[in-house]
Design a protein around this ligand. Structure first.
Ligand SMILES: [Mg+2]
Length: 366
């Protein structure tokens, strides 16, 4: 039986074309950690963790430490196929969301490679073209309109997420500007990252309804339950839970008593194993599921793409899969390319990525 022999955690830093702003923090470079699960058969599974200090309290250093101190010792000598068992064995470990999620993805990648089967197939799906969402940067109304128009004309992208939280008038102007740029048939939603009070969020979504925007991610602090309830009663908008639903238990809680009617599924933080449970819970409770981005690079995107292709509730929604376009380079040999606004998962085994060793040497910081 094949056995896990080691887990590597390699910190890599790749620059963004521009600094990424959201109301919760600023990202200047993609500070990720490549996870590689090695086996005695020489087959290697890969995943990519992303440090998000302001969401999960992780850094590149803490991800490496979590892998070396807790995750690797728990998995060495074990069967890489036993993903449910490994998830249970590591359930005691608090936080470290993307360290655990990326390791789980690397295990699933490994399963696919050992069997010679792509992950989307192994997870029970079929090959599908997944429509992608462009996450627009937080610029002026003119800047975001130009970016959105270019994304549509150059790549055929027809779904857009606009970051909001800079003030109602400015946000409405920015979203309306995007709507004019991409047309009435495009799908637009917004993400406030808890940036508004419930009252302001109600006012914002009241105005955005007029430009055809009815889905909002984390409009107001999720801890303000009364505010969320008031929001749900007073607007026609749907709340999507993201940072308030980082795992299975919180997903159930946000749907049952947090008024969320959509869930942002981020495989980088819940791996494939727990993401499968998140999707099942959301579907059972009648909530929409959309693939979200952990500001993923190409490896994280390939994983999320394979996952999206495996579940009908995800595959029918636009997915945040092309955030890699904000990065100046990639660690993979075969870059993903958006065609007609969609990405298609690879037929290669596992999540279908091959690491470019020269680039890894160039971008690793250890
Ligand atoms: Mg979000």
């Amino acid at each position: 039986m094949v056995k896990i022999t080691a887990i590597e955690a390699i910190p890599t830093t790749i620059g963004y074309h521009h600094a990424i702003e959201a109301s919760s923090g600023v990202l200047r470079a993609a500070e990720h950690v490549l996870i590689r699960v090695r086996t005695d058969e020489g087959v290697v599974g890969v995943g990519e963790a992303a440090s998000r200090s302001f969401v999960y309290g992780e850094s590149q250093e803490s991800i490496v430490a979590a892998v070396k101190k807790w995750i690797e010792p728990a998995l060495v000598g074990a069967d890489p196929f036993a993903v449910n068992v490994h998830q249970q064995d590591l359930a005691w470990l608090a936080g470290n969301n993307t360290a655990r999620g990326a390791t789980d993805i690397a295990l699933h990648d490994l399963r696919g490679k050992l069997l010679g089967i792509p992950s989307w197939r192994l997870l029970g799906g079929m090959k599908r073209d997944i429509p992608v969402t462009r996450i627009l940067s937080m610029g002026s109304p003119e800047e975001v309109a130009v970016e959105a128009r270019d994304a549509r004309s150059q790549w055929g992208i027809t779904s857009f997420k606009v970051k909001v939280g800079t003030g109602i008038d400015a946000d409405v102007e920015r979203v309306a500007s995007v709507r004019r740029a991409v047309g009435d048939d495009a799908y637009i939603y917004v993400d406030a990252n808890h940036g508004y009070t419930a009252e302001s969020a109600i006012a914002l979504m009241g105005e955005l309804g007029a430009v055809g925007v009815n889905l909002v991610e984390e409009p107001s602090p999720a801890e303000d339950r009364i505010g969320r309830r008031r929001f749900a009663v007073h607007t026609a908008a749907t709340i999507m839970a993201d940072e308030s639903a980082p795992d299975l238990n919180s997903t159930v809680r946000e749907i049952l008593d947090g008024e969320a009617r959509a869930i942002s599924v981020k495989t980088t933080r819940t791996g494939f194993t727990e993401s499968t449970q998140v999707v099942a819970a959301a579907v059972a409770l009648g909530a929409r599921t959309l693939i979200g981005s952990q500001a993923d690079g190409m490896i994280g995107a390939a994983a999320a793409l394979a996952f999206a292709s495996a579940f009908p509730s995800l595959a029918r929604e636009p997915a945040e899969l092309e955030y890699y376009s904000t990065l100046t380079d990639t660690l993979t040999v075969h870059p993903l390319v958006v065609r007609a606004g969609t990405l298609t998962p690879s037929d290669a085994p596992g999540i279908g990525v091959e690491i470019d060793e020269l680039k890894l040497r160039r971008y690793r910081i250890d």
